[in-house]
Design a protein around this ligand. Structure first.
Ligand code: SAH
Ligand code: SF4
Length: 354
C-alpha cells in the first residue's frame, strides 16, 4: 500500500501543486524509499521539459567588497579578516574572452553589494560584454538596487538577475539580515520581474531556526512568484561570521527541496549549486539527479576566487579550462548532456523598456 507521503508526491507530480501543510507533511515524514520516488519523478519532470541537457553558466566573481552584514556570509563587511579585491573592467572582459573560447554562452557577474560599481561603471561593462559577445546572455547577481538601476542594467543588455529571497518568513529574514528589509527584498524581486529580466529567487537550507514550516513557506512563495531560475543550497557555516557555532545545512534536505521545487515549477532553471558540491564529493551529480538542470563553473581568476569566500570551499586551483573539463566529465558520467547554449527559460522573450 502507498504511504501518505508517496501519495502526496505522486499528486504533486501530476498536478504540480500542493498546499503548505502537505509540503510540511512530506518534509517531516519522508523516508528513503519515498525519497527515491521523489527524485525519480523530479528527474522525469526535468527530462520532459529539458531532455537530458544541463546548461552551463560561466561564473565571474568580480568584487568581494560588500556593505551588508548577512549573518551567514563570509563577505559581510564586519568580517575584517577578509582581504578584498575588485576586478577591473579589463580583467572582467578577460574572463569573458576565456569563457567564450571555452564555449560559454552565459556569463554570471556576481559580487557583494559594492557601491564602487556605480550604474555608469556597470552599464559600461555590461554594454561592452554584449557588444563583444552579442550571442551571450549576461546574468547579474549583485544584490539589492533601486528600480532605476535595475532598469539601467537591463537597457545596457543584462538579461537575467539572480536575487535569492534567502528565506520566506519575515521574522527569520530580519534576524539574519540586520539593517535590511524583508519588504524591500520582495519589492526588488517584483521590480526585476516587471522590467523583463529572467528572474532568479531562492533560499538557503539549514539556516538556524528554520523549521519545516519555514521551508514549506519558501516553496509556496516560489510557486506563487514563479521565478525563471531558482537557487537552493545548504548553509555552509563560515568561521568568521556570527553563525560560526552552528551546523552546516543538510545535503539530503537540500536535495529534497530541489526535487520538490522541480515538481512545483516543472520548467524552472534550477542549478545544482556549488554549495552542494562543497559539502559532498558527489554533490553536483546528486543535484542533477534531484531535478537540477544548470551548473555554474567558475571563471574567476584563481587568486581572487580564493578570496570570494561566501563560505569556505574546496577551492580548485585549476584554471577554468581544467575545471570545466572535470565538470563536463562529471555531468556526462552521470548520464546527462552538456549544453553550452544560452539556455534561456522557455518563456523568455526580451522586450524593450518603455
Ligand atoms: N551579494 C549578492 C550576491 C552574492 S551572494 C546577494 O547577496 O544577492 C550569493 C548567495 O550566496 C546569497 O544569495 C546567499 O544565499 C549565498 N550565501 C552566502 N553565504 C552563504 C553561506 N555561508 N552558505 C551558503 N550560502 C551562502
Ligand atoms: Fe553581501 Fe551577498 Fe554576502 Fe549578504 S550574501 S553579505 S549581500 S555578499
Amino acid at each position: 500500500m502507498k504511504t501518505k507521503v508517496a501519495e502526496l508526491i505522486t499528486t504533486l507530480y501530476q498536478d504540480n501543486t500542493l498546499s503548505k501543510e502537505e509540503l510540511v507533511y512530506i518534509l517531516d515524514h519522508i523516508k528513503q524509499e519515498e525519497m527515491e520516488l521523489l527524485f525519480n519523478l523530479a528527474n522525469a519532470t526535468r527530462k520532459a521539459n529539458y531532455g537530458s541537457k544541463v546548461f552551463l553558466r560561466g561564473l565571474i566573481e568580480f568584487s568581494n567588497y560588500c556593505k551588508r552584514t548577512c549573518q551567514y556570509c563570509g563577505l559581510r563587511c564586519a568580517n575584517v579578516k577578509r582581504s578584498r579585491f575588485r576586478l577591473t573592467k579589463e580583467e572582467i572582459l578577460a574572463c569573458c574572452y576565456q569563457g567564450y573560447e571555452l564555449g560559454f554562452k552565459t556569463f554570471v557577474l556576481q559580487s557583494g553589494e559594492d557601491d564602487y560599481f556605480t550604474d555608469e561603471i556597470l552599464t559600461d561593462i555590461i554594454g561592452e560584454i554584449k557588444q563583444k559577445f552579442p550571442d551571450v546572455a549576461v546574468t547579474l547577481s549583485i544584490g539589492e538596487k533601486s528600480n532605476s538601476s535595475y532598469r539601467n542594467y537591463y537597457e545596457a543588455g543584462a538579461d537575467r538577475f539572480l536575487l535569492r529571497h534567502e528565506t520566506a518568513t519575515k521574522e527569520l529574514y530580519d534576524k539574519l539580515h540586520p539593517g535590511m528589509s524583508f519588504a524591500n527584498r520582495r519589492e526588488c524581486l517584483e521590480n526585476i520581474k516587471v522590467i523583463g529580466y529572467q528572474a532568479g529567487a531562492g533560499f538557503i537550507v539549514g539556516l538556524p531556526g528554520q523549521t519545516s514550516e519555514i521551508l514549506a513557506e519558501n516553496l509556496v512563495y516560489l510557486k506563487e512568484f514563479k521565478p525563471h531560475m531558482i537557487g537552493i543550497g545548504p548553509l555552509i557555516v563560515h568561521p568568521d561570521t556570527p553563525l560560526k557555532d552552528y551546523s552546516n545545512g543538510s545535503v539530503e534536505q537540500t536535495l529534497i527541496c530541489l526535487a520538490l521545487t522541480r515538481l512545483l515549477l516543472p520548467d524552472v532553471l534550477l542549478p545544482s549549486t556549488t554549495a552542494l558540491n562543497v559539502l559532498v564529493p558527489q554533490g553536483l551529480k546528486g543535484g542533477l539527479q534531484a531535478g537540477a538542470n544548470v551548473v555554474m563553473p567558475n571563471l574567476t581568476p584563481v587568486e581572487e576566487r580564493k578570496k570570494y569566500e561566501l563560505y569556505q570551499r574546496r577551492i580548485s586551483a585549476d584554471e577554468s579550462k581544467f575545471l570545466l573539463a572535470r565538470i563536463e566529465k562529471c555531468i556526462e558520467e552521470a548520464g546527462y548532456e552538456v549544453d553550452k547554449g544560452r539556455g534561456d527559460h522557455k518563456s523568455f522573450c526580451r522586450t524593450k523598456l518603455e
